[in-house]
Design a protein around this ligand. Structure first.
Ligand code: BTN
Length: 258
């Protein structure tokens, strides 16, 4: 399939932010846009975005890799500076929320969210988020929010935990990456302002899109698998998990219906 270079000007016209994406780094090939932003300390400005056409070592959650065909999708990372550690889970959940909202706004597709941050269209995975950070003293000095959205890719060879899809596959037409990226960043900046005031609204919007709340689920961690009920998300973004009369806060893992 033909690839069209990302049109920075077209993206820039649609970008309506103060900070997010104002410093924009466009790279043809990189190991991982997250690693690039974590390691290049000369990139200092809050809101810097690195967009890579191709990642040779794209990384996903739980030590998995992130596969994305060159030039067809959006693989990018956003640098946030001086973040309050208590907000980092909401910033993480919020990234999946704005990706879902952007896809809904632009393409009228029904999306849903899977804790902590998978974006699904028709129960297939269209996007994922990997948030990473470095700390200095007691604060998170650099938080990198890495977002992978399957935009125009049609074939997904290989094995996946959740069946993958792309916006194009569900929308049935080729999609503008420039429009989608600017919409995601516009919504994300607004959401970050909202989180600064109060994150209740963000959590409520996130929960509304999560169909697993109240359901019997399986949580696969790195060492064990647990079965129970997905009770709620708490104010810090952790999953509240009930097994019999025990309640636990889950910080990490893969969640699926059981
Ligand atoms: C997941 O669902 O497991 C998270 C996937 C995150 C992928 C993105 S693509 C841009 C950024 N750079 C990376 O290496 N990973 C994230």
């Amino acid at each position: 399939m033909e690839n069209k270079e990302f049109q920075i000007e077209e993206f820039d016209i649609k970008l309506d932010t103060e900070e997010i994406g104002r410093q924009f780094v466009y790279i043809q090939q990189v190991d991982s846009s997250n690693s690039y932003l974590l390691n290049n300390k000369e990139l200092k400005i809050n809101g810097t975005v690195v967009l890579a056409e191709e990642q040779t070592k794209g990384r996903g959650r739980m030590n998995r890799d992130w596969q994305s065909q060159s030039g067809q999708n959006l693989t990018f990372s956003i640098l946030l500076r001086k973040v309050d550690g208590k907000k980092v889970n909401i910033i993480n959940l919020g990234a999946s929320l704005v990706v879902a909202q952007a896809i809904e706004n632009l393409f009228q597709l029904n999306t849903s969210l899977k804790w902590p941050n998978d974006v699904l269209i028709n129960n297939k995975k269209a996007a994922g988020i990997l948030i990473e950070s470095t700390s200095k003293a007691n604060e998170l000095d650099r938080v990198v929010v890495g977002i992978g959205i399957n935009v125009n890719q049609i074939n997904f060879p290989g094995k996946y935990k959740i069946e993958p899809t792309s916006v194009r596959k569900e929308f049935k037409h080729k999609v503008s990456r420039e429009k989608l990226l600017s919409e995601v960043l516009n919504l994300y900046e607004e959401l970050l302002y909202k989180i600064d005031e109060s994150h209740e609204e963000v959590l409520e919007d996130w929960k509304e899109r999560c169909s697993m709340i109240g359901e019997k689920i399986k949580v696969e961690g790195s060492k064990e698998t647990k079965f129970g009920i997905f009770d709620d998300i708490d104010s810090e973004g952790f999953l509240i998990f009930k097994t019999g009369d025990k309640t636990e806060r889950i910080h990490f893992g893969d969640v699926s219906l059981s």
